[in-house]
Ligand binder design. Structure first.
Ligand code: GLA
Length: 372
């Protein structure tokens, strides 16, 4: 049964139609453990739709217009909960408690040593074996005067995947009438812990399943990136992008240099690295990335308060069957994971990911959808 939580219609004073933003909630099957999964559909007055499920706080669909006003679904995903549970790879999910890798699944806070599951070779990736991407969150939707808003809450208990402290997490997705999707992450803890939350949507602005992303033009607002060892753990160096295939300061097609015999590209199997975003001051909201797909004209602009962005060119996609029976082959989607740098708990020269009791983790990333 479909339940309309809130629909607000702002009547236009000069015309007979009404602009409306709304949030709809419906049941979306059950997990393997029998937990009910819900889907929330956020709509704005421009006809954009964002669908989110409470399992993994996953964005399952984003309908965005091209230069002729034609809508397409621009994120990869699946038609049912079973596929999300089986065909992992973090499609559309919020990853945590620590997005990205922690070397050998070990870190210390003061005199306390912590051990995490090693679920990516010797390293711990995206929160461990059962990260936030696999939890059923508690969703609550509202349509406000000028946006459609969904909050999702999760309680991660002390010791969850080896991390210390009871962590209370709230992620808010807000779809505005300016075609912006604002993602805000908040968390508090009762013991010192580490926290690094991000969004793992795979974008293809030509439409999910409609080919690879190599023709997309990408700009990354970063003068440096963090090179990695062969297990994708940063070496600690902040390397200038000048003269490397990692220089995206001017827009470049993703495929223009991806096959170059560059040591870092070979290690990553393509782009799978963290860029150090140019900021005037730490924590400021600033431009991180711009993506342009020349055939459809769709554009995506990403701004964030985070210091880094993992640009991952979908190198592990291997033909999974997704929405509408379309397959997601090698590099059919790419992720822009705004974040603190990988392995920060073990790197004193990286911005800190430590969260203490009494503090509030509070970061925001804004995705703006356009066309030209
Ligand atoms: C992140 C990692 C990649 C890969 C994907 C999921 O982007 O950096 O190496 O693990 O998640 O497949």
């Amino acid at each position: 049964m479909k339940k309309y939580i809130a629909t607000l219609a702002a009547a236009c004073a000069f015309c007979s139609f009404a602009n409306a933003q709304s949030v709809k909630q419906e049941d979306w099957g059950k997990t393997k453990n029998g937990e009910q999964v819900k889907m929330f559909t956020l709509k704005n007055s421009k006809g954009m739709t964002v669908k989110v499920i409470d399992y993994g706080a996953i964005i399952t669909e984003i309908q965005a217009p091209d230069r002729n006003g034609e809508f397409a679904d621009i994120v990869l995903g699946f038609d049912n909960i079973k596929d999300y549970q089986e065909l992992t790879d973090y499609f559309g999910a919020v990853v945590g408690r620590y997005g990205n890798r922690i070397a050998e699944g070990k870190f210390s806070i003061g005199d306390n040593d912590y051990t995490l599951p090693q679920n990516n070779g010797v390293n711990s990736l995206h929160g461990g074996k059962v990260g936030f991407d696999q939890k059923v969150w508690k969703g609550e939707a509202v349509a406000t005067g000028d946006s459609a808003k969904l909050t999702l809450k999760l309680k991660s208990p002390d010791g969850d995947q080896g991390y210390p402290g009871n962590l209370d997490v709230t992620v808010t997705y807000t779809l505005t009438n300016e075609n912006k999707l604002i993602v805000n992450y908040k968390a508090t803890t009762d013991k010192p812990t580490v926290c690094n939350l991000t969004q793992h949507s795979y974008f293809n602005l030509y439409g999910a399943g409609n080919g690879n992303i190599l023709g997309h033009e990408v700009m990354l607002n970063a003068d440096a990136f963090t090179p990695v060892d062969e297990t994708l753990i940063p070496t600690g160096e902040l390397k200038k992008v000048d003269g490397t295939p990692f220089d995206f300061r001017k827009p470049r097609p993703v495929g223009s240099r991806i096959e170059k015999a560059d040591e870092q590209l070979i290690i990553g199997g393509g782009y799978d690295h963290n860029w150090v975003l140019n900021k005037k001051s730490p924590g400021e909201m600033s431009l991180a990335a711009r993506v342009y797909e020349p055939v459809s004209g769709r554009m995506l602009t990403i701004e964030t308060t985070e210091p880094g962005i993992q640009f991952y060119s979908g190198n592990f996609l291997a033909g999974q069957t997704g929405k509408g029976g379309k397959n997601y082959f090698f590099r059919y989607g790419m992720c822009f994971e705004t974040q603190h740098f990988p392995d920060s708990p073990n790197r004193e020269n990286f911005p800190s990911t430590l969260l203490n009791p009494g503090e509030t983790y509070d970061t925001t990333t804004v995705f703006t959808f356009g066309a030209q």
